[in-house]
Design a protein. Structure first.
Length: 322
C-alpha cells in the first residue's frame, strides 16, 4: 500500500499511527488511517475495530477515539469515504459532498476489507459505524462483511426531516437530479463546513465545548479536510437508500445501537423501528447526548466506549475460551 498523509498533530491520536491510499474498483482514490497493532503487549491484541465515519468526517477526527480504543485493547482502522477527507472529491466544488448512488460506498468497503491483511490488523474484527457510516455499515453487513459484532452510533437509517416535508424533499431532489443538477450544492445558510461555521451554542453535534473546539481546530489547521452541504445527488441517493435499508434482511450477528436523547440529525423513530425487528440488536439510550456521542462530554464518551468495548469482548474469542 502507498503511504498517505496523516495529520496526527491535529488528530491527537496515539503514537505509531499511519495512513495509506487505497483505490476502489471504479478508480476512486480513498484514504485509511490505522492505529495500533498486536505487537505491543496487550495493546491492540483484543482485535481491530473498523470505524465507518459519518458524512463530512475524516480520519483525523477519530484520533482521540483511537487512543481510547487502544487503551481498551483494540486497534482501529478509519476510512475517508469517497468525496470527503483526503479521498477524491467528486465535484468541481470540493466543499460539496456528493455521491452518485449510495451503493458506490460499498466499493469503498471492499477496498478497505481487501487492505486489512496487508495492514496486519489483528483479528477478530468489529464494526463501529456512525451516522452515514451506519447506513453504509448496515448494507455491508447484509452483504456479508465479516465482523463478529457491530456497534452503531446514531445510524442514518432515516434522516430527521419533518414528516410533512419528506415527500417534498424526495420529489425536489429527484427533480433536481433529473434536470442535471445532481452535483449542485443544496441551498442553505451555511456554505462552509457546519463545524467551521457554527458557534458552539445551539450546535446539533455535541454538548462538550472542548470537543467542539477540537473539531474546529482540525479544520482551521487543514481546511482541505472540510466538507459543506451535500449535493442534490447525495440527498436523492440518501433518501432512496434509507427505506431500502429498512427492508433489508437483517444480519444474524449481535449489534448495539447508541442513540442520544437530544438527537436532531437522524430519524430516531426509524432507528427504533429497525431495532425492534432485529433479534440480535439492542438499543441503548444516552441521556443528554446529541448526534455525536463519541465527541460528547467525558462522562458520556467514557460510558459509551466502556460499554462498546465490553460488548465486543463479550462476543469475542476470549468469551468463548475463558
Amino acid at each position: 500500500m502507498i503511504p498517505a498523509p496523516l495529520f496526527n498533530d491535529i488528530a491527537e491520536g496515539p503514537a505509531g499511527g499511519a495512513a495509506f491510499w487505497l483505490t476502489a474498483a471504479d478508480g476512486v482514490r480513498l484514504r485509511i488511517g490505522h492505529w495500533g497493532g498486536g505487537n505491543r503487549g496487550n495493546r491492540g491484541s483484543r482485535g481491530s475495530i473498523l470505524i465507518f465515519t459519518g458524512r463530512t468526517e475524516m480520519v483525523e477526527k477519530y484520533g482521540r477515539t483511537a487512543g481510547a480504543l487502544l487503551e481498551r485493547g483494540y486497534s482501529c482502522v478509519v476510512i475517508d469515504w469517497r468525496g470527503q477527507g483526503l479521498a477524491d472529491r467528486l465535484t468541481d466544488d470540493p466543499v460539496t459532498g456528493h455521491v452518485r448512488r449510495f451503493t458506490d460506498y460499498q466499493l469503498d468497503v471492499a477496498a478497505l476489507t481487501d487492505a486489512l491483511e496487508a495492514l496486519g490488523t489483528p483479528g477478530p474484527h468489529y464494526l463501529l459505524a456512525h451516522s452515514m457510516g451506519g447506513a453504509i455499515g448496515l448494507r455491508a453487513l447484509a452483504g456479508g462483511l465479516k465482523v463478529r459484532a457491530a456497534c452503531f452510533s446514531a445510524p442514518m437509517w432515516g434522516i430527521a426531516i419533518p414528516a410533512h416535508l419528506r415527500p417534498l424533499a424526495r420529489m425536489g431532489a429527484r427533480l433536481a437530479v433529473g434536470l442535471g443538477l445532481a452535483r449542485r450544492r443544496l441551498p442553505g445558510k451555511l456554505s462552509d463546513s457546519y463545524v467551521a461555521a457554527m458557534p458552539f451554542e445551539g450546535n446539533d453535534l455535541t454538548g462538550d465545548p472542548q470537543m467542539f473546539a477540537y473539531m474546529k481546530r482540525q479544520l482551521a489547521a487543514h481546511p482541505e479536510l472540510a466538507l459543506g452541504h451535500p449535493s442534490f445527488g447525495w440527498l436523492d441517493a440518501a433518501l432512496a437508500e434509507c427505506p431500502h435499508l429498512r427492508a433489508l434482511p437483517l444480519p444474524a450477528l449481535p449489534a448495539l445501537i447508541w442513540l442520544g436523547s437530544c438527537e436532531r440529525v437522524v430519524d430516531a423513530a426509524a432507528i427504533r423501528r429497525l431495532v425492534a425487528r432485529w433479534p440480535g440488536a439492542r438499543l441503548s439510550l444516552l441521556n443528554g447526548a446529541r448526534h455525536e456521542a463519541l465527541f460528547e462530554t467525558p462522562e458520556i464518551r467514557t460510558h459509551m466506549l466502556d460499554e462498546t468495548c465490553g460488548f465486543f469482548a463479550r462476543h469475542g474469542p476470549e468469551a468463548e475460551n475463558p
